[in-house]
Design a protein around this ligand. Sequence first.
Ligand SMILES: O=P(O)(O)OC[C@H]1O[C@H](OP(=O)(O)OP(=O)(O)O)[C@H](O)[C@@H]1O
Ligand code: HPA
Ligand SMILES: [Mg+2]
Length: 183
Amino acid sequence: MDSHDVQADLKHVLYTKEEIQQRVQELAAEIDRDYADRDVLIVGVLKGAVMVMADLARAMHSHVTMDWMAVSSYGSGTQSSGVVRILKDLETDLMGKHVLIVEDIIDSGLTLSWLKANLLSRGPASVEICTLLRKPEAAKVTIDVKYVGYDIPNEFVVGYGLDFAEKYRNLDFIGTLAPHVYE
Ligand SMILES: O=P(O)(O)OC[C@H]1O[C@H](OP(=O)(O)OP(=O)(O)O)[C@H](O)[C@@H]1O
Ligand code: HPA
Ligand SMILES: [Mg+2]
């Protein structure tokens, strides 16, 4: 098999480019309404959230500042290790700020639950979460998430920022992997 044929690695498309763009616009409109009277700092969680952060920010009309954090709990596998490491911290002082964490996916919830507690300890005025995808059946902890793009089945997905062993992030759609890729 040609190892450069990305399509051959995919089982099916979950959300097309057009569907994702539409849903991100809707989330941006909702966030704009909720933050109409407040400036918001959106915090993208590297690397997975790069695509959704870029599209969401461009679809928003409110005053927005942006910062990035890198945490990792997955390494190269398909299971969360549960151990969250900060690889890159924020440059912004969160004191008194309205913070919106932007994520590509909530799977076990371990990353976000840890991250939300971490950011709350820095004295912000508020911390909310926006995630494009969430897997309700995979939840190991309960987290309050204000904005969710789609609830999806408990399958490993790639594309639009989401990787498997660092690949597939650049797809403009979201799909599931064929078993031969990870088995
Ligand atoms: O709910 P959880 O089970 O904790 O999983 C979700 C987290 O896992 C992924 O990040 P990853 O650690 O793979 O880093 P990446 O964004 O650089 O791919 C994803 O982007 C979330 O941050
Ligand atoms: O389903 C997933 N795909 C890619 N990265 C992930 N990180 C947590 N869950 C996933
Ligand atoms: Mg990853």
